[in-house]
Write a protein that binds this ligand. Structure first.
Ligand SMILES: Cc1cc2nc3c(=O)[nH]c(=O)nc-3n(C[C@H](O)[C@H](O)[C@H](O)COP(=O)(O)O)c2cc1C
Length: 231
């Protein structure tokens, strides 16, 4: 090869090499640019997850820390009832069903007579003596409960004395008590007298106005549960 041709050949080779290198670089660049969005997409998905998770965790933690007790789920409720012929029992059971609370039946040691007239006589004597008849198997403590619903019939214009026995057994400081009653006459004054009796016996408790409705008025009981007991 002549010297002149050799020079031309070298130049052409160098140019070809440069072109080849540029092509390689461009190809790599394209490859990278193809991968990048995938990674970006992946990364952005991770970020979305991160972003979604983080505030949720923070919000939850915040909720826990600043938790305002939701009485619908957090407050512990005891429903204690006395019933001779079943009316207060059915009110108490409805309240238990609506609140998910614990039911306790107040039962006098040595049951009240089954005969109505005899029962009224025993109950009258207890009232006149302001007696506190013993009750069967009272809970050892009611300290775990925040709210105590007490259901009873009106007996001799007030609550049956064994309701007093139950309430006076415990230190009810800081608890809320909800009197729920019904009677044959549905006399409001008699209910007011019974609420005063509950107040006198439930030492330290915050006694609510209570509910006095017919035993079969499920709607009123449910409303009271939702708007008062569970608030
Ligand atoms: C001993 C006794 C005394 C009662 N005294 C009254 C009373 O003072 N006023 C009234 O309206 N009803 C009175 N009643 C009627 C009850 O309040 C009524 O029958 C009530 O629905 C009974 O509830 P219970 O089924 O939960 O026992 C008396 C009933 C009994 C057995």
């Amino acid at each position: 090869m002549k010297e002149g041709n050799k020079k031309v050949f070298r130049r052409v080779s160098v140019v070809l090499m440069l072109v080849a290198m540029m092509c390689t670089l461009i190809a790599c660049g394209k490859e990278n640019s193809t991968n990048t969005p995938v990674r970006e997409t992946d990364t952005s998905q991770e970020n979305v997850a991160d972003k979604t998770d983080a505030p949720q965790e923070t919000a939850n933690a915040g909720n826990k820390e600043n938790a305002v007790p939701d009485s619908k789920s957090d407050a512990k409720i005891l429903i204690a009832y006395f019933s001779w012929s079943g009316n207060s029992k059915s009110e108490a059971e409805l309240i238990q069903e609506k609140t998910g609370g614990t039911l306790f039946e107040i039962v006098r040691e040595g049951a009240y007579p089954e005969d109505y007239t005899e029962c009224t006589e025993v109950a009258k004597k207890e009232k006149e003596e302001d007696a506190r008849p013993s009750i069967k198997n009272p809970p050892e403590s009611v300290s775990e409960y925040d709210k105590i619903v007490v259901c009873y019939p009106i007996w001799w214009h007030t609550a049956p004395m064994c309701v007093g026995t139950f309430l006076e057994k415990y230190d009810l400081q800081g608890k809320t008590v909800y009197p729920v009653s019904q009677s044959a006459s549905m006399d409001e004054d008699q209910f007011a007298e019974s609420v005063q009796f509950v107040k006198d016996c439930a030492k330290g408790a915050d006694v609510e106005k209570g509910l006095f409705v017919d035993a079969d008025d499920d709607e009123a009981v449910t409303k009271y549960v939702e708007e008062t007991i569970l608030q």
